[in-house]
Design a protein around this ligand. Structure first.
Ligand SMILES: Nc1ncnc2c1ncn2[C@@H]1O[C@H](COP(=O)(O)OP(=O)(O)OP(=O)(O)O)[C@@H](O)[C@H]1O
Ligand SMILES: [Mg+2]
Length: 330
């Protein structure tokens, strides 16, 4: 099956003074229709910038410096502003961590949900009303007529996140990007939102790019996972392979770490050392200086991707040197 989204050598740079510094570094990945793919990695490794580059929302201080982003057959960097506006929200949509900042506090829920429909050319009031009611049912919010009249502050955090998801999917996009979409919620509500996303994935055939610090959450919802470290994807594969047969020392280290929002920016507790600073010049594997198995070979060049079957690949010179590693695919 052709991928819905294909990132090839995607490289994102941010402006630091007069210089542009690479923060997402030649990454490659595919998202197929109906797939849920996770990105996991420590704070600052480039997860959000990867998402924003797909949405065309990098702003003035960040840019795609190299590489390609293809959505179906459309080159996302080559399209006009109008075409981008049509695509975003309509075919690709995004939900963020904090719904209170993304929702307009002065607008009733019904109006906020109607907005994406109007933006995409639906003007018939009855049709808009019906679609809003329908999507509120789909995201399992009760009393939709009453809810349409409410303002965001009158809703609980979980309800607001459901409204955000409703606004994102009301135009029936093909791809939803969820950036830490459940991180601010308590565990019970988080589980309900994950269940909802999974349901929408199944009923709408929605592909989801799911970004999280939390491995437990990733395991609960994703089919595949990409592990990012300092702007590089160091390992990717099916959830089964990554969780039960991690090969990169960084991935192995992640499993012992507890991901909580308060730890944002701190190094993972069980991996000594810290993430390289943004723009820090380094040859070789970015994890080499923290890797318990580091060898000279790791310091010379970033290792090429080694594919281990269809559902697992890793960039590690040590794995390459030891190709005979016994490998069981799940
Ligand atoms: N607009 C910007 N201008 C300058 N630097 C930026 C900008 N956005 C992000 N950065 C830097 O780029 C790096 C990657 O940021 P990004 O937000 O993608 O990380 P992240 O993996 O999403 O982290 P977190 O888990 O904390 O959300 C960080 O070092 C960050 O400081
Ligand atoms: Mg982020």
């Amino acid at each position: 099956m052709k991928p819905l989204l294909k990132a090839q050598n995607l490289t994102v740079a941010v402006r630091k003074g007069k210089k542009w510094i690479t923060v997402v570094d030649h990454i490659n990945f595919d998202i197929k229709q109906g797939e849920i793919i996770g990105i996991v990695g420590e704070s600052g490794c480039g997860k959000t910038l990867t998402a924003l580059s797909i949405m065309g929302l990098l702003g003035a201080h960040a840019k795609i410096a190299e590489g390609e982003l293809l959505f179906k057959t459309v080159d996302l960097q080559a399209i006009s502003r109008q075409e981008k506006q049509r695509l975003m929200g309509y075919e690709i949509a995004m939900v963020f961590q904090e719904p209170m900042t993304a929702l307009n506090p002065l607008m009733k829920i019904g109006e906020q949900l109607a907005e994406p429909l109007r933006l995409h050319g639906i003007t018939d009031r009855k049709m808009i009303h019906d679609k809003v009611i329908e999507i509120l049912h789909e995201v399992e919010l009760s009393e939709p007529e009453r809810l349409m009249q409410a303002y965001p502050h009158q809703l609980s955090g979980g309800m607001r996140q459901r409204v955000m998801i409703a606004a994102a999917v009301i135009c029936r996009p093909k791809l939803l990007i969820a950036d830490e979409a459940t991180t601010a919620l308590d565990v019970t509500v988080q589980a309900q939102i994950l269940q909802l996303l999974k349901k929408l994935n199944q009923t709408m055939g929605l592909s989801i790019l799911f970004i999280s610090h939390d491995l437990g959450v990733i395991r609960a919802i994703c089919d595949k996972v990409m592990v990012m470290y300092a702007g590089k994807i160091v390992e990717q594969g099916s959830v089964g392979n990554i969780f039960y047969h991690p090969l990169h020392e960084y991935t192995k280290g992640l499993f012992g770490a507890i991901a909580v929002p308060e730890k944002k920016g701190l190094p993972l507790s069980n991996i000594p050392g810290k993430v390289p600073a943004v723009g820090e010049k380094r040859l070789g594997c970015p994890f080499a200086l923290r890797c318990p198995k580091v060898q000279d070979i790791c310091l010379s060049a970033f290792p090429s991707e080694i594919a281990l079957g269809e559902n697992h690949s890793v960039n590690c010179a040590l794995v390459e040197a030891d190709r005979e590693v016994e490998y069981v695919q799940i």
